[in-house]
Design a protein around this ligand. Sequence first.
Ligand SMILES: Cc1cc2nc3c(=O)[nH]c(=O)nc-3n(C[C@H](O)[C@H](O)[C@H](O)COP(=O)(O)OP(=O)(O)OC[C@H]3O[C@@H](n4cnc5c(N)ncnc54)[C@H](O)[C@@H]3O)c2cc1C
Length: 346
Amino acid sequence: MHSGLRKLREWAQGLGISTFVGSSGRVFPTDLKAAPLLRSWLHRLRASGVRFHMRHRWLGWDGGDATGQRLRFATPHGEALIAADAVVLALGGASWARLGSDGAWVEPLAARGVAVAPLRPSNCGFHVARATADGTLAAGWSEHFQTRFAGAPLKNVALSLDGEGGAAKQNGEFVVTDYGVEGSLVYALSAQARERIARDGHATLALDLLPTHSAEQVGAEVARPRGSRSLGTHLKSRLGLGGAKAALIYELLPRPVIDDATQLAAAIKALPLTLSQTRPIDEAISTTGGVRFEAMRAGLMLDAIPGVFCAGEMLDWEAPTGGYLLSACFASGVAAANGVLAHLRP
Ligand SMILES: Cc1cc2nc3c(=O)[nH]c(=O)nc-3n(C[C@H](O)[C@H](O)[C@H](O)COP(=O)(O)OP(=O)(O)OC[C@H]3O[C@@H](n4cnc5c(N)ncnc54)[C@H](O)[C@@H]3O)c2cc1C
Protein backbone atom coordinates (compact mmCIF):
# COMPACT_ATOMS: atom_id res chain seq x y z
CA MET A 1 0.00 0.00 0.00
CA HIS A 2 1.15 3.54 -0.76
CA SER A 3 2.82 5.03 2.34
CA GLY A 4 0.55 8.08 2.16
CA LEU A 5 -2.50 5.84 2.36
CA ARG A 6 -1.00 3.86 5.19
CA LYS A 7 -0.18 7.01 7.15
CA LEU A 8 -3.68 8.38 6.62
CA ARG A 9 -5.21 5.12 7.87
CA GLU A 10 -2.87 5.04 10.88
CA TRP A 11 -3.77 8.62 11.70
CA ALA A 12 -7.49 7.85 11.53
CA GLN A 13 -6.99 4.66 13.58
CA GLY A 14 -5.16 6.73 16.18
CA LEU A 15 -8.37 8.74 16.50
CA GLY A 16 -10.37 5.56 16.98
CA ILE A 17 -11.75 5.61 13.45
CA SER A 18 -11.35 2.41 11.47
CA THR A 19 -11.08 2.70 7.72
CA PHE A 20 -11.21 0.49 4.64
CA VAL A 21 -9.70 0.78 1.20
CA GLY A 22 -12.36 0.76 -1.52
CA SER A 23 -12.05 -0.93 -4.91
CA SER A 24 -10.83 2.41 -6.32
CA GLY A 25 -7.87 2.27 -3.90
CA ARG A 26 -9.27 5.11 -1.83
CA VAL A 27 -9.65 5.24 1.94
CA PHE A 28 -13.07 5.54 3.60
CA PRO A 29 -14.15 5.57 7.25
CA THR A 30 -15.78 2.17 7.90
CA ASP A 31 -19.08 3.78 8.89
CA LEU A 32 -18.78 6.29 5.99
CA LYS A 33 -19.26 9.24 8.36
CA ALA A 34 -16.94 12.24 8.75
CA ALA A 35 -18.42 13.71 11.95
CA PRO A 36 -17.05 11.09 14.43
CA LEU A 37 -13.54 11.59 13.05
CA LEU A 38 -13.84 15.37 13.37
CA ARG A 39 -15.18 15.09 16.94
CA SER A 40 -12.37 12.80 17.98
CA TRP A 41 -9.75 14.97 16.27
CA LEU A 42 -11.00 18.14 17.98
CA HIS A 43 -11.03 16.35 21.32
CA ARG A 44 -7.42 15.27 20.90
CA LEU A 45 -6.32 18.74 19.81
CA ARG A 46 -8.00 20.37 22.82
CA ALA A 47 -6.52 17.77 25.15
CA SER A 48 -3.04 18.51 23.79
CA GLY A 49 -3.35 22.23 24.51
CA VAL A 50 -4.75 23.70 21.29
CA ARG A 51 -7.09 26.61 22.02
CA PHE A 52 -9.84 27.35 19.54
CA HIS A 53 -11.25 30.85 19.28
CA MET A 54 -14.57 30.45 17.54
CA ARG A 55 -16.40 33.26 15.75
CA HIS A 56 -13.16 35.12 15.07
CA ARG A 57 -12.98 36.48 11.56
CA TRP A 58 -9.52 37.38 10.29
CA LEU A 59 -9.57 40.81 8.65
CA GLY A 60 -5.91 41.31 7.69
CA TRP A 61 -3.06 43.05 9.49
CA ASP A 62 -2.87 46.32 11.36
CA GLY A 63 -0.45 49.01 10.27
CA GLY A 64 2.37 47.40 12.24
CA ASP A 65 4.51 48.63 15.08
CA ALA A 66 8.02 48.05 16.34
CA THR A 67 7.33 44.33 16.82
CA GLY A 68 5.84 43.86 13.35
CA GLN A 69 2.33 43.67 12.03
CA ARG A 70 -0.42 42.07 14.10
CA LEU A 71 -3.35 40.02 12.91
CA ARG A 72 -6.72 41.76 13.08
CA PHE A 73 -9.80 39.74 14.06
CA ALA A 74 -13.46 40.68 14.25
CA THR A 75 -14.74 38.91 17.39
CA PRO A 76 -18.04 38.89 19.28
CA HIS A 77 -16.31 41.27 21.74
CA GLY A 78 -15.02 43.71 19.13
CA GLU A 79 -11.80 43.79 17.17
CA ALA A 80 -8.77 41.93 18.52
CA LEU A 81 -5.12 42.39 17.54
CA ILE A 82 -2.85 39.39 17.88
CA ALA A 83 0.89 39.08 17.39
CA ALA A 84 2.19 35.64 16.45
CA ASP A 85 5.59 34.06 15.85
CA ALA A 86 4.15 31.99 13.03
CA VAL A 87 0.80 32.01 11.26
CA VAL A 88 -0.78 29.32 9.09
CA LEU A 89 -3.60 30.60 6.92
CA ALA A 90 -5.98 27.85 5.79
CA LEU A 91 -8.93 29.93 4.68
CA GLY A 92 -10.29 27.82 1.83
CA GLY A 93 -11.40 28.92 -1.61
CA ALA A 94 -14.38 31.04 -2.58
CA SER A 95 -17.20 28.55 -2.93
CA TRP A 96 -20.01 27.94 -0.47
CA ALA A 97 -19.45 31.34 1.15
CA ARG A 98 -22.25 30.64 3.61
CA LEU A 99 -19.92 28.13 5.25
CA GLY A 100 -17.29 30.85 5.65
CA SER A 101 -14.98 30.37 2.67
CA ASP A 102 -15.61 33.62 0.84
CA GLY A 103 -12.17 34.41 -0.58
CA ALA A 104 -12.05 37.73 1.34
CA TRP A 105 -8.42 36.88 2.21
CA VAL A 106 -7.29 37.72 -1.34
CA GLU A 107 -7.31 41.47 -0.68
CA PRO A 108 -5.13 41.62 2.46
CA LEU A 109 -2.62 39.18 0.96
CA ALA A 110 -2.46 40.97 -2.39
CA ALA A 111 -2.03 44.29 -0.55
CA ARG A 112 1.14 42.87 1.00
CA GLY A 113 2.56 41.86 -2.35
CA VAL A 114 1.54 38.17 -2.38
CA ALA A 115 0.85 36.95 -5.94
CA VAL A 116 -2.66 35.46 -6.06
CA ALA A 117 -4.09 33.85 -9.22
CA PRO A 118 -7.76 34.84 -9.74
CA LEU A 119 -10.18 32.47 -7.96
CA ARG A 120 -12.36 30.53 -10.40
CA PRO A 121 -14.86 27.68 -10.11
CA SER A 122 -13.65 24.09 -10.34
CA ASN A 123 -15.74 20.90 -10.21
CA CYS A 124 -18.76 22.96 -11.16
CA GLY A 125 -21.91 22.90 -13.27
CA PHE A 126 -22.14 24.53 -16.68
CA HIS A 127 -24.70 26.43 -18.70
CA VAL A 128 -25.42 24.92 -22.11
CA ALA A 129 -26.07 26.45 -25.51
CA ARG A 130 -27.88 24.96 -28.50
CA ALA A 131 -27.21 25.42 -32.18
CA THR A 132 -30.23 27.01 -33.84
CA ALA A 133 -31.46 26.49 -37.39
CA ASP A 134 -29.58 29.61 -38.60
CA GLY A 135 -26.30 28.26 -37.17
CA THR A 136 -26.08 30.63 -34.18
CA LEU A 137 -25.95 29.48 -30.54
CA ALA A 138 -28.98 29.98 -28.31
CA ALA A 139 -28.56 30.05 -24.54
CA GLY A 140 -30.01 27.22 -22.48
CA TRP A 141 -32.23 24.26 -23.18
CA SER A 142 -35.41 24.64 -25.21
CA GLU A 143 -38.40 25.24 -22.96
CA HIS A 144 -39.84 21.90 -24.06
CA PHE A 145 -36.72 19.97 -22.98
CA GLN A 146 -36.13 21.99 -19.82
CA THR A 147 -39.64 21.57 -18.43
CA ARG A 148 -39.64 17.82 -19.04
CA PHE A 149 -36.07 16.83 -18.18
CA ALA A 150 -34.52 19.29 -15.67
CA GLY A 151 -33.44 17.05 -12.79
CA ALA A 152 -33.15 13.91 -14.93
CA PRO A 153 -30.00 11.83 -14.38
CA LEU A 154 -28.08 10.50 -17.38
CA LYS A 155 -26.47 7.28 -16.21
CA ASN A 156 -23.96 5.03 -17.99
CA VAL A 157 -22.83 7.67 -20.46
CA ALA A 158 -19.37 8.96 -21.43
CA LEU A 159 -18.07 12.45 -22.07
CA SER A 160 -14.96 13.82 -23.72
CA LEU A 161 -13.87 17.26 -24.74
CA ASP A 162 -13.77 17.68 -28.50
CA GLY A 163 -10.64 18.71 -30.34
CA GLU A 164 -6.98 19.18 -29.44
CA GLY A 165 -6.08 19.08 -25.80
CA GLY A 166 -9.36 17.32 -25.06
CA ALA A 167 -9.47 14.89 -22.17
CA ALA A 168 -9.84 11.19 -22.78
CA LYS A 169 -13.36 9.81 -22.74
CA GLN A 170 -14.66 9.27 -19.21
CA ASN A 171 -17.59 7.11 -18.18
CA GLY A 172 -20.05 8.05 -15.48
CA GLU A 173 -23.21 10.01 -14.94
CA PHE A 174 -24.45 13.58 -14.73
CA VAL A 175 -27.69 15.44 -14.26
CA VAL A 176 -29.66 17.71 -16.58
CA THR A 177 -30.43 20.93 -14.71
CA ASP A 178 -32.69 23.83 -15.64
CA TYR A 179 -29.63 25.81 -16.79
CA GLY A 180 -27.49 23.02 -18.25
CA VAL A 181 -25.53 20.14 -16.75
CA GLU A 182 -24.00 19.26 -13.40
CA GLY A 183 -22.66 16.19 -11.60
CA SER A 184 -19.62 13.99 -11.21
CA LEU A 185 -18.94 13.29 -14.88
CA VAL A 186 -19.21 17.00 -15.73
CA TYR A 187 -16.95 17.89 -12.80
CA ALA A 188 -14.34 15.48 -14.15
CA LEU A 189 -14.06 17.59 -17.30
CA SER A 190 -14.67 20.95 -15.65
CA ALA A 191 -11.08 22.22 -15.66
CA GLN A 192 -10.53 21.58 -19.37
CA ALA A 193 -14.00 22.85 -20.28
CA ARG A 194 -13.53 26.03 -18.25
CA GLU A 195 -10.20 26.75 -19.97
CA ARG A 196 -11.70 26.05 -23.39
CA ILE A 197 -14.57 28.46 -22.71
CA ALA A 198 -12.07 31.12 -21.61
CA ARG A 199 -10.21 30.63 -24.89
CA ASP A 200 -13.00 30.08 -27.42
CA GLY A 201 -16.13 31.40 -25.74
CA HIS A 202 -17.60 27.90 -25.56
CA ALA A 203 -16.57 24.25 -25.15
CA THR A 204 -18.10 21.34 -27.02
CA LEU A 205 -18.27 17.99 -25.28
CA ALA A 206 -18.89 14.75 -27.14
CA LEU A 207 -21.55 12.78 -25.27
CA ASP A 208 -21.57 9.03 -25.87
CA LEU A 209 -25.08 7.86 -25.01
CA LEU A 210 -24.09 4.19 -25.35
CA PRO A 211 -20.50 3.71 -24.18
CA THR A 212 -20.97 -0.06 -23.86
CA HIS A 213 -21.86 -0.35 -27.57
CA SER A 214 -19.33 -0.05 -30.38
CA ALA A 215 -19.99 2.43 -33.19
CA GLU A 216 -20.59 -0.57 -35.48
CA GLN A 217 -23.22 -2.05 -33.16
CA VAL A 218 -25.05 1.26 -32.90
CA GLY A 219 -24.83 1.74 -36.68
CA ALA A 220 -26.24 -1.74 -37.32
CA GLU A 221 -29.14 -1.30 -34.88
CA VAL A 222 -30.10 2.17 -36.12
CA ALA A 223 -29.99 0.94 -39.75
CA ARG A 224 -32.35 -2.00 -39.16
CA PRO A 225 -35.66 -1.55 -40.99
CA ARG A 226 -38.24 -0.05 -38.65
CA GLY A 227 -41.36 -0.40 -40.81
CA SER A 228 -44.14 1.82 -39.56
CA ARG A 229 -42.59 2.30 -36.10
CA SER A 230 -41.57 5.82 -35.08
CA LEU A 231 -37.87 6.57 -34.74
CA GLY A 232 -38.38 7.03 -30.98
CA THR A 233 -39.86 3.54 -30.63
CA HIS A 234 -37.12 2.12 -32.85
CA LEU A 235 -34.31 3.63 -30.75
CA LYS A 236 -36.01 2.50 -27.56
CA SER A 237 -36.55 -1.09 -28.65
CA ARG A 238 -33.24 -1.62 -30.52
CA LEU A 239 -30.88 0.36 -28.27
CA GLY A 240 -32.78 1.07 -25.07
CA LEU A 241 -32.57 4.82 -25.69
CA GLY A 242 -35.54 6.49 -24.01
CA GLY A 243 -36.30 9.35 -21.61
CA ALA A 244 -33.75 12.15 -21.34
CA LYS A 245 -31.22 10.29 -23.52
CA ALA A 246 -33.60 10.08 -26.46
CA ALA A 247 -34.86 13.61 -25.86
CA LEU A 248 -31.29 14.94 -26.04
CA ILE A 249 -30.99 13.55 -29.55
CA TYR A 250 -33.92 15.69 -30.66
CA GLU A 251 -32.73 18.63 -28.58
CA LEU A 252 -29.18 18.74 -29.93
CA LEU A 253 -29.25 17.41 -33.48
CA PRO A 254 -30.59 19.12 -36.61
CA ARG A 255 -33.42 17.25 -38.33
CA PRO A 256 -31.38 16.17 -41.40
CA VAL A 257 -28.89 14.39 -39.10
CA ILE A 258 -31.68 12.62 -37.20
CA ASP A 259 -33.20 11.47 -40.49
CA ASP A 260 -29.93 9.99 -41.78
CA ALA A 261 -29.23 6.60 -40.16
CA THR A 262 -25.45 6.81 -40.60
CA GLN A 263 -25.18 10.32 -39.18
CA LEU A 264 -27.61 9.53 -36.37
CA ALA A 265 -25.64 6.45 -35.33
CA ALA A 266 -22.40 8.47 -35.27
CA ALA A 267 -24.11 11.21 -33.21
CA ILE A 268 -25.40 8.71 -30.64
CA LYS A 269 -21.72 7.89 -29.95
CA ALA A 270 -20.66 11.58 -29.94
CA LEU A 271 -23.55 13.94 -29.37
CA PRO A 272 -22.23 17.54 -29.45
CA LEU A 273 -23.03 19.18 -26.11
CA THR A 274 -22.00 22.84 -26.05
CA LEU A 275 -21.12 24.49 -22.73
CA SER A 276 -21.24 28.29 -22.67
CA GLN A 277 -20.20 29.25 -19.15
CA THR A 278 -19.53 27.91 -15.68
CA ARG A 279 -22.05 28.27 -12.89
CA PRO A 280 -21.11 30.91 -10.27
CA ILE A 281 -18.07 30.14 -8.13
CA ASP A 282 -20.15 30.06 -4.95
CA GLU A 283 -21.91 26.91 -6.20
CA ALA A 284 -18.71 25.11 -7.17
CA ILE A 285 -17.41 22.13 -5.21
CA SER A 286 -13.96 23.73 -5.19
CA THR A 287 -11.92 26.70 -6.33
CA THR A 288 -8.91 26.97 -8.57
CA GLY A 289 -6.55 29.92 -8.43
CA GLY A 290 -5.20 31.28 -5.15
CA VAL A 291 -1.79 31.92 -3.67
CA ARG A 292 0.74 31.16 -6.39
CA PHE A 293 3.44 28.61 -5.61
CA GLU A 294 6.05 31.09 -6.89
CA ALA A 295 4.99 33.35 -4.00
CA MET A 296 6.09 30.74 -1.44
CA ARG A 297 9.31 29.14 -0.26
CA ALA A 298 9.74 25.53 0.75
CA GLY A 299 7.46 24.84 3.71
CA LEU A 300 4.74 26.97 2.11
CA MET A 301 5.96 30.20 3.75
CA LEU A 302 5.07 33.40 1.92
CA ASP A 303 8.11 35.11 0.47
CA ALA A 304 6.55 38.52 0.97
CA ILE A 305 5.58 37.88 4.63
CA PRO A 306 8.10 35.68 6.48
CA GLY A 307 6.45 33.69 9.27
CA VAL A 308 3.13 33.43 7.41
CA PHE A 309 2.31 30.06 5.80
CA CYS A 310 -0.61 28.98 3.61
CA ALA A 311 -2.30 25.60 3.18
CA GLY A 312 -5.33 23.97 1.61
CA GLU A 313 -7.63 25.13 -1.10
CA MET A 314 -6.42 28.75 -0.91
CA LEU A 315 -3.30 27.63 -2.79
CA ASP A 316 -3.29 27.72 -6.61
CA TRP A 317 -4.07 24.10 -7.56
CA GLU A 318 -7.09 22.08 -8.48
CA ALA A 319 -8.02 18.42 -8.45
CA PRO A 320 -11.03 16.30 -9.34
CA THR A 321 -13.56 15.29 -6.70
CA GLY A 322 -13.32 11.88 -5.09
CA GLY A 323 -11.07 12.59 -2.12
CA TYR A 324 -8.25 14.24 -4.03
CA LEU A 325 -9.20 17.71 -2.77
CA LEU A 326 -9.17 16.74 0.90
CA SER A 327 -5.98 14.70 0.39
CA ALA A 328 -4.18 17.72 -1.07
CA CYS A 329 -5.48 19.92 1.77
CA PHE A 330 -4.19 17.44 4.36
CA ALA A 331 -0.84 17.16 2.56
CA SER A 332 -0.32 20.91 2.28
CA GLY A 333 -1.31 21.26 5.95
CA VAL A 334 1.47 18.88 6.90
CA ALA A 335 3.92 20.73 4.62
CA ALA A 336 2.99 24.08 6.20
CA ALA A 337 3.28 22.64 9.73
CA ASN A 338 6.76 21.32 8.94
CA GLY A 339 7.54 24.74 7.47
CA VAL A 340 6.51 26.40 10.75
CA LEU A 341 8.71 24.04 12.79
CA ALA A 342 11.68 24.70 10.54
CA HIS A 343 11.06 28.45 10.77
CA LEU A 344 10.74 28.53 14.56
CA ARG A 345 13.58 26.09 15.27
CA PRO A 346 16.01 26.56 12.42
C1 LIG B 1 -20.51 20.12 -1.26
C2 LIG B 1 -19.04 19.76 -1.23
C3 LIG B 1 -18.66 18.43 -1.23
C4 LIG B 1 -17.30 18.10 -1.23
N1 LIG B 1 -16.95 16.79 -1.22
C5 LIG B 1 -15.65 16.45 -1.21
C6 LIG B 1 -15.25 15.08 -1.21
O1 LIG B 1 -16.08 14.18 -1.17
N2 LIG B 1 -13.91 14.79 -1.22
C7 LIG B 1 -12.96 15.78 -1.25
O2 LIG B 1 -11.77 15.49 -1.26
N3 LIG B 1 -13.31 17.08 -1.23
C8 LIG B 1 -14.63 17.44 -1.22
N4 LIG B 1 -14.98 18.76 -1.22
C9 LIG B 1 -13.92 19.78 -1.22
C10 LIG B 1 -13.29 19.94 0.16
O3 LIG B 1 -14.32 20.06 1.11
C11 LIG B 1 -12.41 21.20 0.17
O4 LIG B 1 -11.45 21.13 -0.86
C12 LIG B 1 -11.68 21.33 1.51
O5 LIG B 1 -12.62 21.34 2.58
C13 LIG B 1 -10.87 22.59 1.58
O6 LIG B 1 -10.24 22.62 2.84
P1 LIG B 1 -9.61 23.96 3.38
O7 LIG B 1 -9.29 23.70 4.81
O8 LIG B 1 -8.54 24.44 2.48
O9 LIG B 1 -10.78 25.03 3.28
P2 LIG B 1 -12.22 25.03 3.94
O10 LIG B 1 -12.69 23.64 4.26
O11 LIG B 1 -13.05 25.87 3.02
O12 LIG B 1 -12.00 25.75 5.33
C14 LIG B 1 -11.62 27.11 5.38
C15 LIG B 1 -12.11 27.65 6.71
O13 LIG B 1 -11.59 28.97 6.84
C16 LIG B 1 -12.63 29.79 7.33
N5 LIG B 1 -12.35 31.18 6.91
C17 LIG B 1 -12.31 31.68 5.64
N6 LIG B 1 -12.01 32.98 5.69
C18 LIG B 1 -11.83 33.29 6.98
C19 LIG B 1 -11.48 34.49 7.66
N7 LIG B 1 -11.24 35.64 7.01
N8 LIG B 1 -11.38 34.48 9.03
C20 LIG B 1 -11.63 33.32 9.73
N9 LIG B 1 -11.95 32.15 9.13
C21 LIG B 1 -12.05 32.15 7.78
C22 LIG B 1 -13.90 29.24 6.75
O14 LIG B 1 -15.01 29.60 7.56
C23 LIG B 1 -13.62 27.74 6.81
O15 LIG B 1 -14.02 27.18 8.03
C24 LIG B 1 -16.32 19.11 -1.23
C25 LIG B 1 -16.71 20.46 -1.20
C26 LIG B 1 -18.06 20.78 -1.23
C27 LIG B 1 -18.45 22.24 -1.23
